[in-house]
Design a protein around this ligand. Structure first.
Ligand code: GCW
Length: 724
């Protein structure tokens, strides 16, 4: 009997335990749902209000895009309102009606011609309207994709607890191409990827359609992204073979209803590698017809194929210069091949060569600016935000504003190659905004980079912003839970570069975590300060390119042995017994001369130069008096120490939110912040110990001295660092 009882109680205990585990698992959040969680509204008063305001969906069109709209509104509203929201065939009070004016008489009656003009081809109108005595929410526009974007906007209003009482919203994207560039190889290794392997499972495509492809498309559509380059710019021609084109077609078919066009990277030497030709010279007629036929073939699989992205004559990639032709010649040949199908060519300006002895900062400008006006009108030149390479902080690229006849596209890096990779919490909207808001002075004051790339400064028809993707097959897509915010920020800013970083952080936090005030405010502070904090512990005062060779993780300012001068960190910081920094003024490389006078002025004089960029443009004596009153050396110490200490602050702030965040995501971020703190101290100690060998000055007493020697930091190796 006793035995029986203990058996029973053991079973009960086990059952209880598994139930607890089950409940925990059920509420565990692994980040897969991104910002599209659609959890029931917490606030009971607001919930009741929304439930009264929304009763149904009214969508009568069955096209693939409208089907997607219907499904998203249905699942989104049902989740948020905690009750089933169905599509109805009878218009009722509280219906959300989604249709173009061509599709519905109600829509056409209730929006004006003017409103439709403002919405443009991809924009939308969201309005509270009365029709036959019923109060409705109307989501409309000129295209179904506009309606899809509008539907996501409407859901976002609820997700972020906004009023939906009297809506009158018109929104249209400021840039036409809003893209992700995946640096994904066909073997699924992602160059500079820190979130697992590539999403694209080329082995099982086209037969196996991973749910991820669909959720990827939903996430992109929700932030207005309308193009994706599937493959690495360090390209493999194999993707252009029929064997792979049917796989690409499968992805394009999935993405189409979501308004996302597929692009591929074109390897310039493809005619040789997969075409059996002896040359890839664009003047050779066989080469031209090879590309023309290839384009025709691609469009036979994918009628709305976006076009090609090309990295040529850069870091070992083949290109037109191999045959003494220019970048414009190369781009134009491909542009001709895709033009009959309305395709475009995006030609990258990220070029620098070992043979060219001038400052790497100047090379892209030198190669490209003289080609202004020579590109066909379906070519965009894609320029990285700064002249070196996605550093934590760079002044804007001098090409912006310098090629008025050519549409220049922005290339940001969302993956954090130089910003802590997969382990540091860094919100990139402030970096993106800083560049977009910079004034090029190309046509006088107010000629911002944003106006150059959205085409408004020169009246270009095509325009675009691309971000090098940070997405992989990790369960939470981006590795670090907060890295999702950077994908989100890219889309939101590509749609509207006027949105503030604060608004983007606010939206993302409310949608991804919750609307809890304390949580939102605390995390917002962390996010908004995070980039500046990283700059302080990695690359303060304009230092740049002082990271470890190859993997780019961690500090290595001492590296000086690499073959090409501009691969070595010492090339960039130029520390010596006198001072530190790269003189890019007239007494040095004069890269500064590539900027318009208005822009140049803020950096030209060592004594008035914006200190953010001091060592970027000047070689500065160690004793130079900074605005703070400290010497340069003391300021450097101050920045490195306060940067690392601020990570501790981030950690404390995060920990104060323990009770407000689900266990899994709380723990993950907490562990990552521990790594970030460790890394920040490593950057600080390694850099200061190394620069101290030149300055010969002490680290001020009020700071804890580094706990390891310079030799120790130099001895660290990271053989299998990801993304390399
Ligand atoms: O910064 C360098 C990266 C390379 C990358 C290159 C580029 C795709 O380290 O990994 O190659 O930029 O942008 O082409």
């Amino acid at each position: 009997m006793k035995n029986n009882w203990s058996n029973i109680s053991r079973t009960v205990l086990l059952l209880c335990l598994s139930l607890t585990v089950f409940i925990k698992m059920a509420i565990a959040e692994n980040g897969y749902e991104l910002w599209l969680r659609y959890k029931k509204i917490d606030d009971p008063v607001l919930l009741a209000k929304y439930q009264k305001e929304i009763s149904c969906i009214y969508i009568n069109t069955t096209s693939p895009t409208m089907q997607v709209v219907k499904e998203e509104l249905q699942s989104g509203l049902s989740g948020l309102l905690g009750k089933r929201i169905n599509n109805t065939v009878y218009l009722k009070n509280g219906c959300v009606i989604a249709a173009t004016s061509a599709q519905s008489e109600i829509a056409s009656r209730l929006v004006s011609h003017d409103e439709l003009i403002q919405a443009g081809t991809e924009g939308y109108i969201i309005k509270t309207v009365s029709y036959q005595g019923k109060k409705l929410v109307l989501i409309t526009g000129n295209s179904e994709h506009g309606i899809l974007y509008g539907s996501f906007h409407f859901l976002r209003l609820l997700q972020t607890n906004q009023s939906i009482n009297d809506l009158d919203i018109i929104s249209a994207p400021k840039t036409k191409l809003r893209m992700l560039n995946h640096w994904d190889n066909l073997d699924r290794h992602v160059e500079r990827g820190y979130a697992g392997i590539s999403l694209w499972n080329w082995h099982t495509l086209p037969d196996y359609i991973d749910q991820r492809y669909i959720d990827y498309a939903r996430a992109n559509a929700s932030i207005g992204i309308n193009g994706t380059v599937l493959t690495n710019v360090n390209a493999n021609a194999t993707v252009l073979t029929p064997e792979y084109l049917i796989k690409v077609k499968a992805l394009a078919d999935i993405f189409r209803p979501y308004g996302i066009k597929v692009f591929l990277t074109a390897r310039f030497s493809a005619p040789i590698e997969i075409g059996g030709l002896k040359t890839a010279d664009l003047l050779n007629e066989d080469v031209q017809s090879w590309w023309n036929n290839k384009a025709k073939e691609i469009y036979s699989y994918i009628p709305d194929f976006g076009g090609f992205l090309v990295k040529a004559n850069s870091e070992g990639q083949p290109g037109p210069q191999d045959y003494k032709r220019t970048h414009a010649d190369g781009a134009n040949m491909l542009a001709d091949a895709v033009a009959p199908y309305k395709g475009i060519v995006i030609w990258r300006a990220f070029v620098y060569t070992a043979e060219n002895p001038v400052d790497r900062h100047k090379q892209a400008f030198d190669d490209f600016v003289s080609l202004d006006g020579k590109f066909k009108n379906n070519v965009l030149v894609q320029v990285k935000n700064g002249a070196i390479d996605f550093m934590p902080r760079e002044p804007f690229h001098p090409m912006f504003g310098a090629m008025p006849k050519t549409p220049l596209m922005m290339e940001f890096q969302v993956t954090q190659e130089y910003l802590g990779q997969g382990t540091h919490l860094v919100f990139l909207a402030p970096l993106f905004k800083e560049v977009l808001e910079s004034d090029t002075y190309a046509k006088g004051k107010g000629s911002t980079v944003a106006k150059v790339i959205d085409g408004s400064l020169e009246g270009h028809d095509i325009s675009g912003i691309a971000g090098v993707s940070n997405i992989g097959n990790d369960i939470n897509w981006c590795g670090h839970p907060f890295a999702q915010a950077n994908w989100f920020a890219l889309g939101r800013l590509a749609w509207d570069h006027d949105i503030s970083s604060e608004q983007i952080a606010d939206e993302w936090l409310r949608m991804t975590y919750s609307n809890d005030k304390e949580l939102v405010n605390t995390c917002k502070q962390i996010m908004l300060r995070s980039r500046e904090i990283l700059v302080d512990y990695m690359n303060p005062l304009g230092l740049h390119h002082i990271m470890g060779t190859g993997h780019h993780y961690g500090p290595a300012p001492w590296v000086s042995y690499l073959n090409r001068p501009e691969w070595n960190p010492v090339y960039y910081h130029k520390a010596d017994s006198i001072g530190i920094g790269f003189d890019r003024t007239a007494t040095g490389s004069n890269a500064l001369a590539q900027y318009f006078p208005g822009a140049r002025k803020q950096w030209e004089d060592l004594n008035t130069c914006d200190e953010k960029f001091l060592l970027w443009f000047h070689h500065v004596p160690w004793d130079h008096k900074m605005k703070s009153g400290r010497t340069l050396w003391d300021e450097l110490c101050f920045r490195y120490y306060s940067g690392a200490d601020s990570v501790l602050w981030m950690k404390k702030m995060w920990q104060s939110l323990k009770s407000k965040i689900d266990e899994q995501r709380f723990k993950e971020v907490n562990m990552l912040l521990n790594i970030q703190y460790k890394d920040a101290k490593w950057w600080r100690n390694a850099c200061l110990l190394y620069f101290q060998t030149f300055s010969n000055k002490p680290i001020p007493d009020n700071y804890d001295p580094p706990d390891q020697s310079l030799d120790y930091y130099k001895s660290l190796r990271f053989r299998f660092a990801p993304g390399n």
